[in-house]
Design a binder for this molecule. Structure first.
Ligand SMILES: *[C@@H]1O[C@H](CO)[C@@H](O)[C@H](O)[C@H]1NC(C)=O
Ligand SMILES: *[C@@H]1O[C@H](CO)[C@@H](O)[C@H](O)[C@H]1NC(C)=O
Ligand SMILES: *[C@@H]1O[C@H](CO)[C@@H](O)[C@H](O)[C@H]1NC(C)=O
Length: 459
């Protein structure tokens, strides 16, 4: 025979039992303990996510051949005699490039070494193909990976958008399999590399046992502006050749060979505000010449985007006390305006800041409360390779590996900014003791760095 128990009467009996057997203060303590446990459980329940690992097996940054070097003197001579610029435009670029933090080893693609510049779309496609194919081939050979085992391919290049797509070009050159998932991201600006990695991560989350390749670069050839407007001449001076190939995986067997594991990736887009949206745009000037215009609002817009991004990233990475202080300051700032900047230095071991220009690195470093030593990799990247757009954060990581600074267990923060306006952050955890890298984009001359960037004084 079954016993029938009425749950509500059981509860009343139980409550009575507790009330009679325990003194009321104890009863309160018990209640408090129960509530705390409930809150803890609820917090755990709402913040818990099943972890799906994404490994970065390896990456390869493009090192242009020395034959493409464009020392500052060559650059200045080139713009003076190529016939595309008038006197004031030449003078403006000369001044800017001398103060830019860029050194004598940056490179231009073949087309821009010609007189006059060969900015044709054919020349741009040659640049894209050279960079993407060289870096991918490098990765595949190093890890003895058969191209037909690649499941996901994402290419990204801001201004070059060909038909068939650049992704199709890679599929053709490497003979990828017919059911590869391929995407090309265009017009996504300087922070597109991390955006592409985010797409790869999302695809890896839903496709088990897969290998993904992400190829990121920007083509200098078709970004060169031949007009007179200063706001459009700026990117001529800073922008140089470069690109990166990354190999990501969620396969179990790759855990033992992977260099990094993706911990967090936070993408912020502030494009719903007009000033942010129109901060960096490719358009035609008054004379009908195409160029990329950078607005004066950029410092403000970039600062806002970084703050929005770290507001989401902070809770994921900051130590508890830092987080409480930060939250409190956000509330207080409604009345007094100043926000406490949490000590991000304590949460990460290495920093890779988008090396768009000296001002960008300094401004981001300031917002995050970083010191000079944290900015070294980014500044040296700007010095040696220039603003390589999407790939700067990878050149910085490469620099620290060549120096042998990245150790097992270290965490690396990459933060990139770009048109849209976007700010994307990726946090990686190093999974193997790397030792100094002897075969990366920096390893040939790493012993010469860091260098003191010469200061230019006005006469
Ligand atoms: C580039 O080289 C020239 C000539 O050797 C030198 O005067 C200049 O300081 C160098 N510039 C930078 C930024 O290193
Ligand atoms: C290449 O440069 C010329 C000369 O300034 C310009 O008229 C032309 O529009 C440019 N072509 C491309 C594809 O940007
Ligand atoms: C860096 O280069 C990209 C690509 O041309 C350009 O859009 C961006 O404005 C440049 N950054 C700066 C600070 O000039």
């Amino acid at each position: 025979m079954k016993m029938v128990v009425d749950p509500s009467s059981l509860l009343t009996q139980l409550t009575e039992l507790i009330q009679t057997s325990i003194p009321s203060t104890h009863y309160l303590c018990l209640l408090a303990a129960a509530i705390t446990t409930l809150i803890l459980l609820a917090t755990f329940f709402f913040t818990y996510r099943p972890i799906k690992h994404v490994y970065l097996i390896d990456y390869s940054c493009y090192r242009p051949p020395d034959s493409l070097r464009a020392p500052l003197s060559t650059y200045i001579e080139h713009i003076s005699i190529c016939g595309a610029f008038d006197g004031p435009s030449i003078e403006f670029q000369k001044k800017l490039v001398e103060r830019s933090g860029i050194g004598n080893d940056t490179c231009f693609p073949h087309g821009l070494h010609q007189l006059p510049d060969d900015n044709s779309s054919k020349s741009a496609l040659i640049e894209v193909e050279t960079i993407m194919c060289t870096t991918l081939k490098d990765l595949l050979t190093k890890h003895q990976i058969d191209p037909t085992t690649i499941d996901i391919l994402i290419t990204n290049c801001g201004v070059v958008c060909s038909t068939p797509s650049i992704a199709a070009m890679v599929i053709n050159r490497f003979g990828l399999k017919s059911d590869v998932r391929s995407f090309h991201l265009a017009g996504m600006g300087c922070s597109a590399s991390l955006r592409a990695i985010a797409l790869a991560r999302d695809l890896l989350r839903v496709n088990k046992n897969s290998l993904a390749v992400v190829l990121s670069m920007e083509a200098v050839t078709s970004n060169c502006y031949h007009g007179k407007e200063k706001s459009m001449l700026v990117s001529n001076c800073l922008f140089r050749m470069g690109g990166v190939a990354t190999l990501l995986s969620n396969r179990k067997q790759d855990k033992s060979i992977a260099r990094y594991m993706l911990q967090h990736l936070v993408c912020t887009h502030t494009g719903s505000k007009d000033t942010s949206y129109s901060c960096i745009v490719q358009e035609v000037d008054n004379e009908g010449i195409v160029g990329v215009r950078i607005s004066k609002d950029i410092v403000q817009v970039a600062g806002d985007a970084v703050r929005t991004n770290i507001r989401s990233l902070g809770p994921l990475v900051l130590p508890y006390m830092q987080l409480m202080r930060y939250r409190w300051s956000v509330i207080r700032s409604k009345f007094w305006g100043t926000i406490y900047v949490p000590a991000f230095r304590m949460a990460f071991d290495h920093f890779c800041i988008h090396a768009g220009g000296k001002a960008v690195i300094d401004a981001v470093g300031h917002v995050l409360g970083l010191v000079d030593e944290d900015l070294e990799a980014s500044k040296m990247t700007l010095y040696r390779f220039g603003n390589t757009s999407v790939s700067t954060v990878w050149y910085s990581l490469c620099y620290m590996e060549a120096k042998g600074r990245v150790k097992k267990g270290d965490s690396v923060w990459q933060i990139s900014l770009g048109s849209g306006f976007k700010c994307n952050s990726a946090v990686w955890k190093c999974m193997s003791d790397l030792g100094p890298r002897v075969d990366n984009a920096w390893s040939d001359r790493i012993h010469l760095y860091p260098v003191e960037v010469p200061k230019v004084v006005d006469h």
